[in-house]
Write a protein that binds this ligand. Structure first.
Ligand code: DAH
Length: 341
C-alpha cells in the first residue's frame, strides 16, 4: 500500500506537469481525485487495512492528496498566465506603424465642367432647373417651332419610344416647358443642364448619350446685346480672360436671328492648327433670339417681351478645356483616364 501511494504520487506529479491546457489538467484531476479516481479508491479502501496501520497510511494518503491538490492549483495558475500571455502577444498592436490610406475618389471631369457652368450662371443671376430626359415629341420639336417634316425629326437622329414619346435630342424642350410654366410672368432667367440622346454611332466626337446645357432669358426689352454680353462673359469665365469670341450667323427653327458662337482655338490661339482645322476658331454653342412663334405657343405676347436662348455641349467644353480628344472616354469610366483629373 505504501509503495502504491508513492508510485501514484509520482505518476500524478508527472501527469500534472505534462498537462498543456486547463482541459487536460482537469482530466488529470478526474483521473486521480474524481469519484472513481485512483487516489479516491485507495482512500476508500483504507477501512480494509489492519487498524494498526490505518493511522500511518491514512496520514500518508491524505498528504499525497493535499500535495496533489496544491500541484493542480499551481499548474492551473501557471497555465492561465501562459494563455493570457499568448493572447496578449497575438493581439499586440503597434500604433506607431504608418496606416493604410483609403483611396479617395473625386469628381468626374464632366461634373467639374457642369458645376463650373452652373456656378458661372448662378453668379449671373440665373436659376438652375432639370427637366425630363424622356420627353414628349411636342416639347422636343413642336413647341420649338420644328415642323413635322424637319430633318431633325428624322428617325435616324431620334430615339423614339412611341410615336409621341422620345428621348430628348437636346435640352431645348426645357425652353418650351419653362415658358409654358411661367407665362406671362417675367423675368425668366434659367439654365438647364442634362443628358441628351441621339442615334449617332459612337466615334471620337459623337456619343449616343451626351450633355447639353440650355440657357434662357425672357424679359421686357431683351436684345441681342444682352445675349452677346452674357455669352462673352461666360466664355471668358470658362476659358480665360483673353479668349476671343466670334458670333457667326446661323439657323435654328426656334431662334430668329440665330448665331453660332466660336472661341479662338485653345491650342493655337488663332493661328490655325489641326484641332481648329486651320481656321483658328472652335465652335462651342448655338444661340439666338427666342422665336416669336415659340413665345406665342407658350402664352407670351412677343410684342411685349423678348428673349434669348443658347445651347452648349459640356462634353465638348470639357474636351477643349482639358485637351481630351475622344468623347467616349467620358462614358467608359476607365480609372486610368479618370485618375488623371
Ligand atoms: N438645341 C440645339 C442643338 O441641339 C442647340 C441650340 C441652338 C440651343 C440655339 C439653343 C439655341 O437654345 O438658341 O443643336
Amino acid at each position: 500500500m505504501e509503495e502504491k501511494l508513492h508510485a501514484l504520487a509520482q505518476a500524478a506529479k508527472e501527469a500534472v506537469r505534462a498537462a498543456k491546457s486547463l482541459e487536460e489538467l482537469d482530466g488529470v484531476r478526474i483521473r486521480f481525485l474524481g469519484r472513481k479516481g485512483e487516489l479516491t479508491q485507495i482512500l476508500r479502501s483504507m477501512k480494509e487495512l489492519p487498524p494498526a496501520e490505518r493511522p500511518r497510511l491514512g496520514q500518508l494518503a491524505n498528504r499525497v492528496r493535499d500535495e496533489l491538490e496544491a500541484e493542480l492549483a499551481e499548474r492551473a495558475e501557471n497555465l492561465k498566465r501562459l494563455l493570457e500571455e499568448c493572447r496578449l502577444e497575438k493581439e499586440r498592436l503597434d500604433t506607431t506603424l504608418p496606416g493604410v490610406r483609403p483611396t479617395l475618389g473625386h469628381k468626374h471631369p464632366l461634373t467639374w465642367v457642369l458645376d463650373e457652368i452652373k456656378d458661372i450662371f448662378l453668379r449671373l443671376g440665373f436659376d438652375v432647373v432639370e427637366e425630363p430626359e424622356v420627353e414628349y415629341d411636342y416639347y422636343n420639336f413642336e413647341a420649338l417651332n420644328i415642323p413635322k417634316d424637319h430633318p431633325a425629326r428624322d428617325m435616324q437622329d431620334t430615339f423614339y419610344i412611341t410615336e409621341e414619346i422620345l428621348l430628348r435630342t437636346h435640352t431645348s424642350p426645357f425652353q418650351a416647358r419653362t415658358l409654358e410654366r411661367m407665362a406671362p410672368e417675367v423675368p425668366v432667367r434659367v439654365i438647364c443642364p442634362g443628358r441628351c440622346y441621339r442615334r449617332d454611332p459612337a466615334d471620337a466626337t459623337h456619343s449616343p448619350m451626351f450633355y447639353q446645357t440650355e440657357i434662357l432669358a425672357v424679359d421686357k426689352n431683351i436684345s441681342f446685346a444682352h445675349l452677346k454680353w452674357i455669352l462673352i462673359t461666360f466664355v471668358r469665365e470658362m476659358f480665360g480672360k483673353n479668349r476671343e469670341v466670334r458670333f457667326r450667323p446661323s439657323f435654328f427653327p426656334f431662334t430668329e436671328p440665330s448665331a453660332e458662337v466660336d472661341i479662338s482655338c485653345v491650342v493655337c490661339g488663332g493661328k490655325g492648327c489641326s484641332l481648329c482645322k486651320g481656321t483658328g476658331w472652335l465652335e462651342i454653342l448655338g444661340s439666338g433670339m427666342v422665336h416669336p412663334r415659340e413665345l406665342e405657343i407658350a402664352g407670351y405676347d412677343p410684342r411685349k417681351v423678348s428673349g434669348f436662348a443658347a445651347g452648349m455641349g459640356p462634353d465638348r467644353i470639357a474636351m477643349l478645356k482639358y485637351g481630351i480628344d475622344d468623347i467616349r472616354l467620358f462614358y467608359e469610366n476607365d480609372l486610368r483616364f479618370l485618375r488623371q483629373f
